[in-house]
Design a protein around this ligand. Structure first.
Ligand SMILES: [Mg+2]
Length: 243
C-alpha cells in the first residue's frame, strides 16, 4: 500500500524551464558577490562546489558542509563577509527571479498537496538538495505550495547525498522509516527522478517540462501530463481506500 508521495519541485510542481532559472540565478548571485569576487571566478567556484556535492559519496557530511569545504579551498575572501552577502541575496534578490521568469503557480498544485495530506498520505518535497532551505522554500512559494505540513523537504542542510545518486532516495526512506514499495516518486527528469525506481519505488514521469538526459536515464512506471498525474493520484487514493 502506498503511504508516501515524493515530489520533485522544479519542472514538476513549480512550472518553468530549469535552464532559464539557472541562468537567472547564476547571473543574480554573481552580481551580488561582485563586490567581493570577480563574478566569473565566483560562478566557476560555485559550479565546482555544486558538482562536488552532486558527486559526493561521503555519507558523513551534509551537502552544505561538502559545498563550503570545496568553495573555500584556497579562497582569499573572508567567509564572514561572503555568507551575509549570500544570505541577503536569498532574502532580497532571489525572490525576484519569479517575476523575471514570469512564474505562476499551477492552479491544481496546492489543492493536490492539501488533498493528499487530508487523505493521510505522507508528502515529501524531494527536490535535489543543492540549495539552502531558504531558496527551496522561496521556490515553493513561487509554486503556491509553501506553508503546508510536509513530512520532509530535502535541503542542502539536512541531506548527505544528491540526485541522481540512489543514496539520496535511500536516505529519505531511512528518515521516514518507509520501504520502497510504500512510495511513489513524481518527477520530470528521466535520470534524477526515475533512478528512484532502482530501489523499487514506483515512478511517475510528469512530461510538461520533461528533462531527458544524463547517464542514468530510466523508463518510468507511469507517465503523462501534470493533469494526468493528478488523476493518477486520485485513482491511487481510491484503490488504497477500498483495499
Ligand atoms: Mg525537476
Amino acid at each position: 500500500m502506498i503511504t508516501t508521495i515524493l515530489f520533485d519541485l522544479d519542472g514538476t510542481l513549480v512550472h518553468y524551464e530549469y535552464d532559464d532559472f539557472l541562468s537567472a540565478y547564476l547571473d543574480g548571485v554573481a552580481k551580488k558577490a561582485a563586490c567581493l569576487m570577480d563574478p566569473q571566478r565566483f560562478v566557476k567556484r560555485l559550479l565546482r562546489a555544486t558538482e562536488a556535492m552532486i558527486t559526493s559519496m561521503d555519507g558523513t557530511r551534509t551537502n552544505m558542509q561538502v559545498f563550503w569545504d570545496h568553495f573555500t579551498q584556497g579562497l582569499d575572501v573572508p567567509l564572514e563577509e561572503l555568507i551575509p552577502l549570500l544570505d541577503d541575496f536569498y532574502l532580497r534578490d532571489y525572490p525576484q527571479i519569479k517575476d523575471i521568469l514570469d512564474i505562476a503557480p499551477h492552479p491544481a498544485a496546492r489543492r493536490l498537496m492539501e488533498q493528499l495530506m487530508e487523505d493521510g498520505y505522507e508528502v515529501v518535497i524531494a527536490t535535489n538538495p543543492v540549495f539552502p532551505e531558504a531558496a527551496i522554500h522561496e521556490r515553493m512559494r513561487w509554486g503556491g505550495i509553501e506553508g503546508l505540513p510536509y513530512d520532509l523537504i530535502t535541503t542542502y542542510e539536512n541531506s548527505r547525498f544528491c540526485k541522481p545518486n540512489i543514496q539520496y532516495y535511500s536516505e529519505i526512506l531511512q528518515q521516514l522509516g518507509r520501504s520502497p514499495h510504500e512510495c511513489i516518486m513524481v518527477g520530470n527528469h528521466t535520470c534524477e527522478d526515475l533512478v528512484a525506481g532502482d530501489l523499487g519505488i514506483t515512478t511517475f514521469l510528469v512530461e510538461d517540462y520533461i528533462l531527458d538526459d544524463g547517464p542514468f536515464r530510466r523508463e518510468p512506471d507511469y507517465r503523462g501530463s501534470f493533469e494526468d498525474m493528478v488523476d493518477f493520484l486520485a485513482d491511487e487514493r481510491f484503490l488504497t481506500a477500498v483495499s
